[in-house]
Design a protein around this ligand. Structure first.
Ligand SMILES: [Zn+2]
Length: 430
């Protein structure tokens, strides 16, 4: 069994393997090869016990002598892969075919991504927008494992949280004067640290999300139905890009309408006593945002004044600069223009893709997204007016994405390659 197989095997079923190994095989050791000469007992029995974050631990299988080495520092790029890419990789790994026309691409991509991740040059974090899609996928558990297997175990803040964080930064500037303070680096939106070495073996927590699938499917279908209505209206009215952008940027109006509808739901629930429904209503992002702003802007004021302050803030023209709103509104308007020009087809996940780009493009280093979305971002006004950190890739420039990953791979130093080989059993050309 090679070290890489060993690693995969561990990852798949650590506990069963360990119990089996301990019971059935008295040659089992916690340490693994390659074994070196032990500094204390001089046996060829000094192996890897474990690694992760910034340490590797080596131990002798015989005399138990052990020591830690500090792993070299790394600086990982943060790459967001769209849901469809994760699920395609998952399907290919499970024996399926690459999508037509992309076979060569995936043939190079899959091992390349793995090398880049294990050489500690990039993380491919998971997001709540993935989870929502994962849950409705036919094999949610398998796909979730695949995220962890392909991407390491990093995850991004929820898109709602990112939006809320930006709203708060703007509310502070609104209340106290000065500029909104926001930092556009991956670390600002990552859970945990970006630059720790991946553990040498990971145990997946197999949470079963299928119980939520119906609710998410339903809310996604509702969103899809609302979008279809809007598309029908655009088809008739044919509003120009600027007009759709103007409507979509009316932050205050949208927020008040959304808030009103949540309050209406609460009132209805109040009369029939549905406590789960009530909890859901209080979890609505607009309600949480309203409560936060009410406290933050209304300190010491009467109820009426506090509410008025929230409403005035929601109409603050500077909110047009808020990255999440701005990117989302532009994408939406560009999509609207396509519709007025005759495009009738769009995917069910379109709004999720827009949310992902609006939330993450300002912070991450690169994104691989749906081709249609990438093309929208390349259109005149979007190209000119939107500024964000991420390089955008899609099937439209997939060769460039491979080149970017090769460049990341080449950044790994000899020392990092040495440790990565030892810990994860990967070999990579220097
Ligand atoms: Zn020893």
């Amino acid at each position: 069994m090679s070290a890489a197989d060993f690693f995969n095997f561990f990852h798949l079923n650590l506990y069963i393997y360990l119990i089996y190994a301990c019971l059935m095989d008295d040659t089992f050791t916690w340490e693994r090869g390659p074994f070196e000469k032990c500094p204390r007992c001089l046996g060829q029995t000094f192996g890897l016990l474990g690694a992760g974050r910034d340490l590797i631990t080596l131990r002798c299988t015989k005399c138990r002598y052990s020591y830690n080495e500090v792993l070299p520092k790394v600086d990982k790029a943060c790459i967001y892969l769209d849901q469809f890419m994760f699920s395609t990789i998952f399907k290919i790994k499970a024996g399926g075919q690459a999508p037509p026309g992309h076979r060569d691409f995936y043939e190079e991509l899959i091992p390349l991504l793995r090398r880049v991740v294990l050489l500690q040059q990039a993380i491919l974090p998971h997001s709540d927008l993935h989870s929502n899609e994962t849950i409705v996928f036919h094999d949610p558990r398998g796909l979730r494992d695949a995220y962890e297997d392909i991407g390491g175990d990093a995850s991004l803040h929820n898109s709602d949280e990112i939006e809320m964080h930006q709203v708060l930064a703007f509310a502070r500037a609104f209340r106290d004067g000065g500029e909104p303070l926001l930092t556009f680096t991956p670390d600002a939106i990552l859970h945990g640290s970006r630059n720790g070495w991946l553990p040498d073996m990971r145990v997946s927590v197999n949470t079963d999300y299928s119980q939520f699938a119906d609710g998410i499917r339903r809310s996604r279908d509702e969103g899809f139905a609302a979008l279809k209505e809007l598309v029908a209206a655009w088809t008739k009215e044919k509003p120009p890009f600027r007009e759709i952008l103007r409507r979509e940027s009316q932050f205050g109006q949208h927020r008040r309408m959304a808030l009103l509808s949540v309050i209406q739901r609460m009132v209805n629930i109040g009369t029939d006593g549905d406590s789960i429904g009530m909890i859901n209503a209080t979890l609505a992002p607009v309600w949480r945002e309203f409560r936060m702003l009410y406290k933050f802007l209304g300190q010491g004021a009467s109820e009426d004044v506090a509410m008025l302050r929230v409403s005035t803030f929601w109409d603050w023209p500077r909110l047009h600069e808020m990255p999440f709103n701005r990117i989302f509104a532009y994408l939406f308007a560009a999509f609207g223009r396509r519709v007025t020009m005759g495009q009738r087809k769009f995917t069910r996940g379109l709004m999720t893709d827009f949310r992902a780009i609006a939330a993450y493009a300002p912070y991450v280093d690169a994104m691989f997204v749906d081709r249609e979305c990438a093309l929208l971002l390349g259109e005149g006004e979007l190209h000119r007016d939107l500024h964000y950190r991420a390089r955008i890739y899609s099937y439209a420039n997939k060769e460039e994405f491979l080149a970017y990953l090769r460049e990341l791979e080449a950044r790994a130093t000899g020392e990092v390659r040495g440790y990565a080989g030892r810990i994860y059993g990967i070999t990579s050309p220097p």
